[in-house]
Design a protein around this ligand. Structure first.
Ligand code: GLU
Length: 294
């Protein structure tokens, strides 16, 4: 449900996904670590308790970091840990037409512009104070360029990224686990300057097109949801009824799980003598109660 609440421009309430599918959406950039596997188990369980389908989507939209060989490795790891899914996994690399269609719609509605800024330029400009926008936000440098200024920059040879005109919109949503999240948007990137579609665009189009009812993913992505809700709204797409951002798995030192914490992949655990079902038990025990009953 989307409505105006308080001084938010857009608010998404925590709804009932019914039997609409759940999903897990790994990026094939390496082995899944135990935290990823735990999130996948939670997402799978959340769908199964609703007696809903559970879908797998390969998020290989980032062509520089995605590798074909990791797809089978990741599917194997998920199977070994007891995550089962319905149908064939879809791949974002097969869905570029859908993303292009979404960009066309944004373009037709006057919501896109070319951005020629480098990362360093954005960092520098973003550190200066600029009104209501959050720290690190894109300051809008290229927002009002004239056609001749744009042409000049194109001639200089730097390919543009595409940004949406979202700056200043206040978006909130009720996360199933984290409560109310509010964010003032900046003009974010929907197509990168290397030509790749951006995560926020692809994930929004896919979750809508696949009719996803509930998104269960790591809390590291909590901050991306307001941007996606803006996109659902502007693209006239139905957003998932429920978002549940699950806690990240931490190392012994309380920091986010990383290589320095030792055996963090299933393969490493198996090499050190555990079998997959013991790893699964450990993961399930560590999340008991996170999603609550039903
Ligand atoms: N592909 C993202 C990742 O591997 C997950 C995106 C999502 O669940 O929305 O972190």
């Amino acid at each position: 449900m989307t409505a105006n609440v308080g001084d938010l421009d857009l608010f998404h309430a925590d709804g009932d996904p019914g039997k609409a599918p759940g999903r897990y959406a790994p990026s094939p950039t390496g082995r899944l670590h135990l935290g990823n596997l735990r999130t996948a188990l939670l997402a799978c369980r959340a769908a199964r308790v609703r007696e809903a389908p559970f879908l797998l989507r390969i998020e290989d939209v980032d062509t520089g970091r995605s590798r074909e060989e990791w797809i089978e490795v990741q599917l194997g790891e998920l199977r070994q840990i007891g995550v089962d899914w319905d149908g064939e996994p879809v791949r974002q690399s097969d869905r570029h037409d859908l993303y292009r269609g979404a960009l066309d719609r944004l373009e037709a509605d006057g919501l896109l512009y070319e951005c020629f800024c480098t990362r360093a330029e954005i960092r520098e400009a973003a550190s200066a104070p600029h009104g209501e926008l959050p720290e690190g936000a894109y300051p809008g440098t290229c927002r009002e360029l004239t056609e001749s200024e744009r042409e000049e920059r194109r001639q200089a040879g730097r390919p543009p990224a595409l940004r949406v005109r979202a700056a200043g919109v206040k978006v909130g949503f009720e996360d199933h686990l984290c409560g109310t999240v509010e964010k003032t948007l900046d003009d974010f990137v929907v197509r990168r300057n290397d030509g790749d579609f951006a995560y926020n665009l692809a994930v929004t189009v896919d979750d809508a097109e696949q009719g996803i009812g509930e998104v269960v993913r790591g809390q590291d992505l909590l901050d991306t949801t307001p941007r996606q809700l803006w996109l659902y709204n502007r693209l006239g797409l139905a957003a998932p009824a429920r978002f549940a951002h699950v806690p990240l798995m931490l190392g012994d030192d309380g920091e986010r799980l990383a290589k320095r914490h030792g055996a963090i992949t299933l393969e490493e655990r198996i090499e050190s003598g555990e079998d997959p079902s013991a790893v699964r038990r450990g993961l399930v025990e560590s999340v008991e109660g996170i999603l609550g009953p039903g």
